[in-house]
Design a protein around this ligand. Sequence first.
Ligand SMILES: [Ca+2]
Length: 452
Amino acid sequence: MTGLAAVVLLSACGGDDGPKRPPLPVGPIPPSGGGLAPRAGHAHLRPREPLGLAFLPDGRMLVTERPGRMRIVSADGTTVSARLTGVPPVHAVGQGGLLDVAIDPDFVATPWVYWTFAEDGVVGSGTAVARGLLNGNALDSVQVIFRQLPKVVSDIHYGSRLVFGSDKTLFVTLGDRDTDNPAAPTTNNAQSLTNHLGKVVRINRDGTTPADNPYVGVTGALPEIFSLGHCNPQGAALNPVSNELWLDEHGPQGGDEVNRIQATHNYGWPLRSYGCPEGSPVGVGCQIGGGTHFPNFDEPLEVWAPIATAPSGMMFYTGAQFPEWQGSVFVGALVDRTLWRLPLVGNTLGARDPLFADLGERIRDVRQGPDGFIYLLTDNSQRPHRAHRALNLRSTTCCSPAPAAAAAAPTKISNVHDLNADLHCHSTVSDGTLSPEQLARLARTTALHCGR
Ligand SMILES: [Ca+2]
């Protein structure tokens, strides 16, 4: 655990890797378009580091790779396209690079693909959102529709996730860019409405600001802001029942959170956290601001403390393939290398349950496919002996047929697909409905079949 914990202790408010730096000065806001030019001397690429996954309506998958590539994976996971053309250069340093990806709610009519990325500015870098029309293996008519302001001289805490609301507006989760240090509170940028650091913003699909955003017309506030006080939100999803945005965010040393996001609400960073300033002794006495968020800030729905889990992608499961898991939230974890299942209890969460921990892989994203199966995007880049297979897409496919059919129909339980196409396994069992524990066990078995 010591080695894994050290990964997170390196960051002021959770990143996932990269060297720790002291809080860095905020740089000037770059001129419009200034971040699109490639910057010389930034070829520090780490190949095949997948960060984001989005399904196309036909079951194929868009996958981002941090160094700046986007690819299409076939629906059966056996083939991977060449990199799509049209993706602007990214700041592929530290935690920066090509980040999340999403498709337009009206993709069939107008095939816009949206993605977030770390964009170079004249000074520093920042998270930005672009979109392009998917045309074969090309992204056409590419335009940057949002830029986090200001750019910052830091290579960590970019966030970010893209989630469309039920009204087809686009939520973007944005990290504090490591500008807030609770041990030396001099900036509190995540608390300020004059910047996009440590915020959730809400924009229209063309990048304009929705007229009903909560800070439209408020003097001194950036109108894109929807909520504030976030540290480094690297996972988000829309609650299918309430249509609210939920997210997970890295805390400092421990204090990772799941939050239910509401307009104008303040989630406390860097003034409150159940985590502690980095380097603190493990315990509750050092919790930032005493830990408790109420009544000044929104209490998190779930907390990992005193040890961080380093949460990544988030998903609400609604599919038919895992009836036992309907009504559960899933959160990937980088440090714990597990998939957390958190059952919804009304509008809050029950006790969490770790799945697939013995796969030993950092889970970057979790998505429900059009087939109702669960897909995990894993990243083995921290394991040198597997570096050549750093980009994995794993389908934990298991079937739980209707009880009447269970006795007669053999049940296909698993496919494991490796995006490098050097690994493709398939096996079957004849059981019927499976418990979550059985599903996890079978997934492990399948992994062993695949030589893992
Ligand atoms: Ca909080």
